[in-house]
Design a protein around this ligand. Structure first.
Ligand code: ZN
Length: 438
């Protein structure tokens, strides 16, 4: 018997379903922001005399910033998350012929668990640059949510020792999905170009650029005996993008005396190190913070004062204890699903948390009557990282790394607790209103 599920969890599943790529995640977020009265800012235009209000901006389709500007901004409350997830991305002119099949050349993006992409029904999504009827180059999103292609696993009769030795997949040789049989395939433009053009109602020659990636078409769902689980792709890190976005949208009107700017930033390219023109290592966030203050007539000194008084939550999913591999976890810190938000700590600064910021987050949880958990990696295993240390190092803003617990991180289909999204969202919303110094 399933227990009733929180509307925030149901909404998260819909957000994930609509967001097979970073571009779609940003588009889904932007739609919600526009509906809530947020106005689009243009980075190429002047922001002088920006009036108090709600604003957002997008960069390169995969990164989004949104904030509420009060009358007298003095500091920022920032939540950072990332829009990208490990997956398979199409190479240029992807389709090729081999052994009577049409296959797709792919690159592995980020640290994907390769085996998780086998024997799944895969759709295709991304952005397409086209020349419109007036001759301009415009970018359009495409989301083909039907079983287009598949990575068939080798039969056990042809690999008898796979269960004993483990599955070893070569990224170049073994990860090319099959799209069609060669027989009957017409000559002419690449079938992927033809497909995208048809989806968008265009001619193939109008398609000039492609950024396409594969996704498992099985819809995100609630699972488990009592509805305690989420089975979904891209929980890392759309779950935290959704929590940050929902927390901002829940704020409503700021009181007239408000002095903190609640701001969320959803970055692309975290899974490949954040080093791009719109990743967390780019000048995007420092520039936005400075421009917000300059727009109100403040100078550089006020900007540095505001940065010193600011706080950041880096929200990225955390590892719950795996019952079949409990030895991979630090024995005294094993977060559980539906056990509440996890504070992530690493003395090598793979996470940016310190005692002060951890205490602040624990305090916020206590005020919301939400339990809090702690995660540290085993000392003898190399720890993953997040955007937290990167933005902290670029900006000098004190940061805490947190996330909800999950399993199967970086699988094509991940797993988390169905009761964790709502408490995290409440805590993040309280943080965005937190006006006291730390
Ligand atoms: Zn992540």
């Amino acid at each position: 018997m399933l227990t009733p599920t929180d509307p925030i969890t149901v909404d998260l599943l819909e957000f994930i379903r609509r967001s097979p790529t970073p571009y779609h995640a940003v588009d889904s977020a932007a739609q919600r922001l526009r509906a809530a009265g947020f106005a689009l800012l243009d980075e190429e235009s002047s922001w002088q005399q920006l009036r108090p209000g709600r604003y957002y901006l997008q960069r390169a389709d995969g990164t989004l910033v949104a904030f509420i500007l009060p009358e007298r901004p003095r500091a920022f409350r920032i939540i950072g998350a990332h829009t990208d997830s490990p997956n398979l991305r199409l190479k240029p002119r992807p389709a090729y012929r081999k052994e009577g099949y049409i296959q797709l050349g792919v690159e592995v993006y980020g640290g994907a668990l390769l085996n998780s992409w086998l024997d799944r029904d895969l759709g295709l999504a991304g952005r397409v640059v086209v020349r419109d009827d007036r001759g301009r180059l415009v970018c359009q999103l495409v989301h083909i949510d039907r079983p287009l292609c598949r990575l068939p696993q080798l039969a056990i009769h042809l690999d008898r020792e796979v269960n004993e030795r483990g599955l070893i997949l070569n990224k170049q040789e073994h990860m090319a999905p099959v799209l069609a049989l060669e027989a009957g395939m017409a000559d002419g433009p690449d079938p992927v170009v033809r497909l995208c053009a048809a989806e968008l109602g265009l001619r193939p020659e109008q398609v000039l650029g492609l950024d396409l990636m594969l996704h498992d078409i099985s819809p995100p769902t609630i699972g488990g005996l009592g509805g305690e689980f989420l089975f979904a792709p891209r929980l890392d890190n759309l779950a935290m993008c959704h929590a940050a976005l929902t927390a901002l949208l829940q704020l409503g009107e700021l009181p007239p005396e408000a002095a903190v700017v609640p701001l969320i930033v959803l970055f692309d390219h975290e899974e490949v190190g954040s080093g791009s023109a719109h990743g967390a290592a780019s000048p995007l966030l420092p520039a936005v913070l400075e421009r917000i203050l300059l727009s109100q007539g403040y100078g550089r000194d006020a900007y540095h004062q505001a940065v010193a008084a600011s706080l950041c939550i880096s929200a990225d999913m955390a590892h719950a204890v795996h019952p079949n591999h409990a030895d991979r976890h630090e024995p005294r810190h094993k977060p559980v699903l539906n056990g509440g938000p996890v504070i992530k700590i690493n003395s090598q600064q793979r996470y940016a948390t310190c005692a002060r910021t951890a205490a602040l987050f624990a305090e916020l949880c206590q005020q919301e009557e939400v339990p809090v958990q702690h995660y540290v990696h085993r000392t003898d295993l190399p720890c993953g990282s997040t955007i937290g240390p990167i933005t902290a190092a670029r900006l000098g803003i004190r940061t805490v790394d947190v996330g909800n617990p999950m399993l199967s991180m970086h699988s094509a289909r991940e797993m988390a607790g169905s009761r964790d999204p709502a408490p995290m969202t409440r805590v993040l919303s309280r943080f965005l209103r937190w006006s006291e110094p730390l």
